[in-house]
Design a protein around this ligand. Sequence first.
Ligand SMILES: NC(=O)c1ccc[n+]([C@@H]2O[C@H](COP(=O)([O-])OP(=O)(O)OC[C@H]3O[C@@H](n4cnc5c(N)ncnc54)[C@H](OP(=O)(O)O)[C@@H]3O)[C@@H](O)[C@H]2O)c1
Length: 317
Amino acid sequence: MAITVGIAGFTGKFAKRLVSHLLKRHNVSIRGYCRDPSKAPETISSSAQVTLFEGDAFNKDALTVFAKGCDVIVCCYLGDDKLMVDGQKMLIDVCDECEVPRYIASDWALDYTKLKLGELFPKDPMIHVKAYAGTKKVQGVHILIGGFMKPIFSPFFNIYDPQSQALRFWSSGDEIMEGTTYNNAAEFTAAVAVDQKATGILKCNFFQYPESSVAELPSKNSPLLFEKVYGIKPTLESNGSLDDLYKLMHVKREKIPEDIYSYISLFFYYYWINGQTLLGKDLHNDRYAEVKPVSWANFMTQWPLKALPTSFFALNA
Ligand SMILES: NC(=O)c1ccc[n+]([C@@H]2O[C@H](COP(=O)([O-])OP(=O)(O)OC[C@H]3O[C@@H](n4cnc5c(N)ncnc54)[C@H](OP(=O)(O)O)[C@@H]3O)[C@@H](O)[C@H]2O)c1
């Protein structure tokens, strides 16, 4: 059956990967909403399956033109709380007005449903948007993936130091960090988008419980993986306990709240490893068997060691 998928935030990193997977399905038409259509790659914008609509997240008239006729809308926005809460609420309202049956929220996150408001503050908008969608006609879809793998090796997290070949960790260093690649998450999302029965929370994660936990990143045992993939033995450096991390992130935030980049990665790290937001084993991976899992080892094998810290920035290409 033919299906029309609307994508808001069409020129973002995740959306581009999502579109490339949707285009492999010949029964799919794509309506893309973005601020600057010229930013869409030519290979995508020239496809007969794609129609582009220009507008900002707060332009209701333009959003309405875009949404009409969509069977599902996927929101790929990323930005400040105004965009993530008010912008998504406006899009949800437009879905209701245009009778779009499903709305896939801009989530792709760890399990934020287990968080209280204010704990991992960048995820607060997701909690608000999920609650809002729950009061509407449109069926909310929320895809949880753990964390994306690429940022883990970037300077943002300061885990891997390419100068000294050190791996730095908080707590015991053996905690599970659930990770999924952008590409796997996009492929999974494409499958969810065309599956008109898929609603509610869907968990996709390709961290293989429990077999490979000893060899996965960034556990203290990750030198096994580093050695296996890159043939080097990194030094292990402990930053401190989980309590130390908790104190540090709050001290930094209280000291200079506006210097968000001095502490935001510490908040992400804390809630990634403290066990509270784990997706666990109750996953929906098997629902879409066409999505081939990429483990931490598979992912690292795809990246030469030198390019690993910048793999995240390559997503902009
Ligand atoms: N779990 C994780 O580790 C993790 C990590 C990263 C991202 N994510 C999730 O992945 C999703 C997408 O992230 P991404 O990396 O693809 O982000 P991105 O590349 O920064 O894309 C964000 C998109 O939002 C659009 N946008 C921003 N402000 C807008 C406005 N006022 N009106 C309309 N559009 C606006 C941007 O448009 P322009 O192209 O015009 O700028 C862009 O298309 C988000 O849900 C994010 O939470 C998860």
